[in-house]
Design a protein around this ligand. Structure first.
Ligand SMILES: *[C@@H]1O[C@H](CO)[C@@H](O)[C@H](O)[C@H]1NC(C)=O
Length: 185
């Protein structure tokens, strides 16, 4: 009994000091690290891949550390936006070099799809900033379709799919933002 009594006494005495710290940890410290956030993301979206999640979010947060999941989600959404605009530029570049009319029209479909995805991602970021998490997730869901729609367009051309890796990364980045918002909810 005695050791237990001392333990209670110790907890009681340290309580005024310990509790403010504990409360702070729960509100601000709930998994805001890239590693914890990525673990939660791959729990619901295994296709993202833990290493991809950590390396992309890690690079994006190396200068300014997000303090909470909300900021981390915004960082992920911004990453997806810049990837989508980079994909748009890449599509325009490849389309200019393309002589085959069928392939050119596939690129054109992808360009439309990515332009729409970029708009949706910007809405998602606005919604996220306003803490309208359900709306933000709905926009991200809509944006994520871009990768599939773009790949689908190329099925008709019967050639290789030149945007495969950019397309795959885009859906993974959008999934990271989505997965982090799920864990805020
Ligand atoms: C939220 O997203 C919608 C699109 O669903 C957009 O029209 C609206 O401007 C956004 N609202 C805010 C406050 O960000």
């Amino acid at each position: 009994m005695k050791p237990l009594l001392y333990l209670y006494l110790a907890i009681f005495l340290s309580a005024p000091y310990a509790f403010p710290a504990a409360v702070q940890q729960q509100t601000c410290g709930s998994p805001a690290t890239v590693e914890d956030a990525c673990k939660a993301v791959v729990d619901t979206q295994p296709a993202v891949g833990y290493d991809f999640c950590v390396s992309s979010l890690g690079a994006a947060t190396s200068l300014v550390k997000p303090t909470d999941l909300h900021e981390l989600a915004a960082t992920a959404a911004k990453l997806a936006i810049s990837h989508a605009t980079a994909t748009e530029s890449k599509i325009e570049e490849l389309m200019d070099l393309e002589n085959d009319a069928t392939v050119k029209s596939c690129f054109n479909t992808c360009l439309d799809v990515y332009t729409d995805a970029t708009d949706r991602l910007r809405d998602a970021l606005d919604n996220l900033s306003a803490r309208l998490y359900q709306k933000a997730m709905a926009q991200l869901d809509g944006a994520m379709d871009a990768a599939d729609k773009c790949e689908e367009a190329f099925k008709e051309s019967k050639g290789s799919f030149p945007l495969a890796s950019m397309d795959k990364d885009f859906s993974r980045l959008a999934s990271i933002a989505h997965g982090i918002i799920v864990s805020i909810e």
